[in-house]
Write a new protein. Structure first.
Length: 144
């Protein structure tokens, strides 16, 4: 049994293992877990394109570049919320520009309406918080 003893010294017969060993193991587990999960709030660096004409039902995919994105993110496009948007790489998220208010926050039971042309703030939300906002200009407005 003495060959398996820690280098700190020999224990008395019948004594339990030192609590320090358990504490070090537990703290080590916590440290390795936090190292693999970044605690950085997301940062939005660019939107490409940063404006688009969606008249006539054109579909436009935007690439948001930055850092701190999760595997699944919420994209806020003005007051429209796009849920569970996957990260496409470590630094990008791609989403389709919404053309109507289907996913409008607090929409209620009102009829679905096209989004009007205008400037919309885009924010990426993760489990660690919300990114800075960047402006996307929607031209033409959606036609239903």
């Amino acid at each position: 049994m003495t060959a398996a003893m820690p280098a700190v010294g020999r224990m008395r017969r019948g004594a339990s293992r030192p609590a320090l060993t358990l504490a070090v193991v537990l703290l080590g587990g916590c440290a390795s877990r936090s190292a693999s999960t970044p605690s950085v709030t997301p940062v939005l660096a660019s939107l490409a394109p940063s404006s688009a004409d969606v008249s006539g039902g054109k579909v436009v995919v935007v690439t948001a570049t930055g850092r701190g994105f999760d595997a699944l993110n919420t994209v806020h496009f003005g007051r429209v919320r796009l849920m569970s948007v996957p990260r496409t790489s470590d630094s990008t998220v791609q989403f389709t520009v919404p053309t109507d208010d289907t996913f409008l926050v607090d929409r209620g039971a009102t009829p679905v309406m096209p989004l009007p042309a205008g400037r919309y703030e885009v924010v990426i939300e993760t489990a660690r918080g919300k990114s800075n906002g960047m402006v996307f200009e929607l031209r033409g407005g959606a036609v239903r």
